[in-house]
Write a new protein. Structure first.
Length: 324
């Protein structure tokens, strides 16, 4: 009788022979046994790199240099010329002569009242037109609101030229009048007067007031208007007690901006041909270009700059306080 075959001889593994031998435990990165330090890299250690931070003032140097070259240097030349008389040297005598001249006082008065009158006209007209566009639905109101944005990009002389085509001596209005009545000239002859300049400035600068007003009216809750109307409030009272308080920040910001721009307006006065209207910019032009009196022109320019910067500072302060 044959004896039983040995498991190894029959090719069948013994129970427990299938169990694999345990592997050595490795670290979390799989580089070696647990707790063992990773092998040192071959070669010398890499040198430490120190991050070099550029000082912040260095980044301000390029814009400051461009600003100084383009704006501050010419401005410094104007200020220097204003204290340099024709006889040479440095003196404030040109300022005394300019302040004592009747031409300067007249130009300053004309500039101030034209700027103030134009600002008031723009505020009143802009407020009324903005309310109509915002609260009175009519066909094409959105197109009109978009046209205001386009109108802001128009040059000032273009508006003056359009007024000349309409109200000039040979304009459309005078042409219709002479055709109907047979008169030799028409009744519209105001564009060459201060009133013509005032009309042109109000026409051109009113959209600068309407734009912030329309933005403010778009944020006004229409429910307030409906509640006020349901309680029996008349339109005038709704405008005074509901709409106007919401519009005050936009009116203050837009009015301040228009005042600054009207103070420095040159193209409108020049293109209307108003010979009796001399503003500060026109006085600078006349003294520098027509008379070659550069010290006087620079003195007037410095005064105009000081007034403009002061009004602009007022505009920024008002804008911050009213949150516009």
């Amino acid at each position: 009788m044959a004896s039983a075959a040995h498991p190894a001889a029959s090719g069948i593994a013994a129970p427990g022979a299938l169990t694999k031998a345990p592997r050595p435990r490795t670290g979390g990165d799989g580089t070696g046994p647990a707790g063992a330090a990773p092998p040192a890299p071959s070669g010398p250690p890499a040198p430490a790199r120190e991050a070099r931070r550029v000082p912040r003032f260095v980044w301000a140097l390029p814009p400051v240099a461009v600003l100084a070259l383009v704006f501050l240097y010419p401005l410094a030349l104007v200020v220097q010329q204003s204290v340099t008389p024709d006889e040479g040297g440095t003196s404030f005598a040109p300022y005394g002569e300019v302040f004592a001249s009747e031409a300067f006082r007249s130009a300053l008065t004309t500039t101030v009242w034209l700027a103030a009158g134009s600002t008031v006209g723009c505020l009143v007209l802009g407020f009324v037109l903005a309310m109509i566009i915002a609260f009175v639905p009519f066909p094409g109101c959105r197109a009109v609101a978009r046209f205001i944005d386009v109108f802001l990009s128009f040059p000032s002389f273009l508006i003056t030229l359009a007024l000349l085509f309409i109200y000039g001596n040979v304009g459309m209005a005078n042409g219709v009048w002479t055709d109907l009545t047979g008169a030799s000239s028409g009744p519209f002859d105001f564009l060459t007067t201060p009133w013509g300049v005032l009309l042109a400035e109000i026409t051109y600068f009113t959209p600068f007031v309407m734009r912030p007003l329309l933005a403010a009216f778009s944020q006004l809750d229409s429910g307030q208007l409906e509640v006020a109307s349901s309680l029996g409030a008349k339109p005038a009272r709704i405008v005074r007690q509901v709409i106007l308080p919401e519009a005050l920040p936009a009116l203050a910001a837009g009015g301040s901006l228009v005042l600054v721009m009207c103070l420095n307006e040159f193209g409108i006065v020049l293109f209307t041909g108003a010979k009796g209207v001399t503003t500060l910019p026109m006085l600078v032009y006349g003294k520098a270009i027509l008379e070659s009196d550069y010290p006087t022109a620079c003195v007037v320019a410095v005064v105009n700059i000081v007034i403009s910067v002061g009004l602009y500072s007022l505009y920024r302060m008002v804008s911050r306080r009213v949150g516009a």
